[in-house]
Ligand binder design. Structure first.
Ligand SMILES: C[S@@+](CC[C@H](N)C(=O)[O-])C[C@H]1O[C@@H](n2cnc3c(N)ncnc32)[C@H](O)[C@@H]1O
Length: 213
């Protein structure tokens, strides 16, 4: 929904973000049980990639629980006013959960109610050490193989039993752009990984790991 500029000027960036948040509650009210339909008004490409359909299968039975969900990569790149498409969707699908977002750029404009953002890199162990007790982790950050693998090795131990670790856009892991050091391709890494009490599921562009009892 677009407002005339003269009306928008009456509000600060933060106030505009809050107005957007509440306007998006209208479609969200109707689609809160269908993640693929919910994704559309938020403009996240998780729907086009088919991830929302897969997530729905895994998350539908836990959506009403009080969870701690962490997404790596908020979107909008260096523009601090852009991004948050998926971050703003998650509170509508998970009505009681806390939603944490990480990005290398400041995305604090999105901090509101159950959404909290943190500025830092997904490969920075010290930065990641502040996160604990997580139920769902979604890596949609740099997609660089070393970043993805490092984040996984640091954060997977912090995932609660019964939780899910999701790595998106794994189809890019073979391209040079995302291979900047000696780390293996994300897909090969997960194919060779042996984890006790966990199940690694492979989908088109998505790896989803279930941490079992
Ligand atoms: C694909 S976008 C995320 C899109 C968002 N998850 C969505 O579905 O709407 C990727 C984001 O990752 C961030 N990013 C890039 N490198 C990163 C790093 N090393 N650590 C954390 N975030 C990073 C970028 O700034 C960008 O905003």
């Amino acid at each position: 929904m677009t407002f005339p500029k003269c009306i928008l000027r009456l509000f600060s960036e933060k106030q505009r973000e809050i107005i957007r948040y509440w306007l998006q509650c209208i479609p969200a009210f109707f689609y809160q049980n269908d993640l693929s339909k919910l994704a559309k008004p938020y403009g996240t490409d998780k729907y086009e990639h088919g991830y929302t359909e897969i997530y729905q299968q895994y998350f539908k039975d836990i959506k009403h629980k009080k969870l701690r969900i962490l997404e790596i990569g908020i979107g909008g790149g260096e523009n601090t006013k852009f991004g948050g498409n998926s971050l703003k969707m998650w509170p509508k699908y998970f009505p009681k959960s806390e939603i944490l977002g990480i990005d290398i750029y400041d995305k604090s404009l999105l901090d509101y109610r159950r959404i909290k953002t943190f500025q830092g890199s997904q490969s920075d162990e010290k930065f990641l050490s502040q996160f604990h007790n997580l139920d769902i982790i979604i890596d949609d950050g740099s997609h660089i193989n070393s970043d993805v693998i490092r984040s996984f090795e640091i954060l997977f131990p912090k995932l609660n039993v019964g939780g899910y670790y999701c790595v998106e856009d794994t189809q890019v892991s073979g391209s040079r752009e995302f291979t900047i050091d000696d780390y293996p391709e994300t897909i090969s890494y997960f194919k060779e990984l042996k984890l006790d009490n966990s199940k690694i599921n492979f989908y088109d562009g998505l790896v989803l790991i279930e941490k079992m009892n």
